[in-house]
Design a protein around this ligand. Sequence first.
Ligand code: NAD
Ligand code: ZN
Ligand code: ZN
Length: 341
Amino acid sequence: MKAVRFFGNKEVRVVNDLEKPSPKGDEVLLKIGGAGVCHSDLHVIDEGLVSGVTFTLGHENAGWVEEVGEDVKGYKKGDAVLVYGPWGCGHCKPCQNSNENYCDHHSELAFGGGLGLNGGMADYMLVPSSRLLVPIHDLDPVIAAPLTDAALTPYSAIKRSLHKLMPDEYVVVIGVGGLGHVALQILSEICGSTIIACDITVERLEFAKQLGAKYTVNSTDKDAAEQIKKITGIKKAKVVLDFVGASSTIALGSKIIGLDGDLTIVGLGGGKYDYKVGELPVGVSITNPYWGSRTELMEVIGLALQKKIHIEIEKYSLDQALEVYDKLRQGKIKGRAVLVP
Ligand code: NAD
Ligand code: ZN
Ligand code: ZN
């Protein structure tokens, strides 16, 4: 079968000679419908976020059940499913609570399929347990694939601050890409706060307005923080969701976050922050959430089934993977690219 393989040392190739796996026990073989292309792949390929192993890329996966191992119950050939991405041990307390993204054994395990283990940029993908599948009913797997990350990650980040996102507050979204463009829609649907979006191009800021941002600010403007404080007034933002995570965006977030606010850094842009007593308003929490839980993925599917969120998708073939990664590097993908075998 065909697959997009990462060989380490920045080397990615499309190969044609992988054997189609056969599921055993609780394993499930999926025929891939779509595999989303996440910016984290670039942190893996270009910056060595995952090293020392060869594997098939693609950690945002959806498809149809092709074949099940002898212990699998409740799934049959043709069922449309999403693959929950952060694969935990399945047994510890966070995993039992469906928070496999915070599995006690996180430091001992690979992150999951497409992040150290074989992922879904291939004709077929072997999922190690039926526990990691979530049915999508009549959603199309091609369109639904990015729900597993581009939607789940912002959903989980927003949910932990939901009690602060009241209608008289301001929330700032930094980075209107794959994750950020879904964050804007989730915020519009599940909270009443006024949304301010930041990005670096006029096109992205216009896109943000279409997705629910009341105000937009170009974060490369020298006075970006002042522009935002002019909008919010003295209270500043209650929640800042940073989908870039560079030093410059973290610095911006720290200037615009208000008292008792949440500065939530989702992006893995390699940023640094120097904490200094007295500089950050009191009560602020800085967090670095990772992905989301299995049950939150079910909630995200609920939003998609009700058409309350949609992913802006650009479809490509597996053979175009390298070209797509280049476009993503250059900031030329609007919404999410999905590879369709
Ligand atoms: P993307 O490339 O689709 O989007 C990034 C967006 O940020 C683009 O619109 C770009 O124009 C914008 N941007 C770049 N620099 C900016 C700046 N200085 N100010 C404002 N906007 C800026 O990326 P994505 O797939 O949405 O991923 C975003 C980040 O989140 C990546 O670092 C990725 O690795 C990370 N991520 C983290 C998790 C997690 O669980 N913590 C999960 C998925 C992705
Ligand atoms: Zn991702
Ligand atoms: Zn666990």
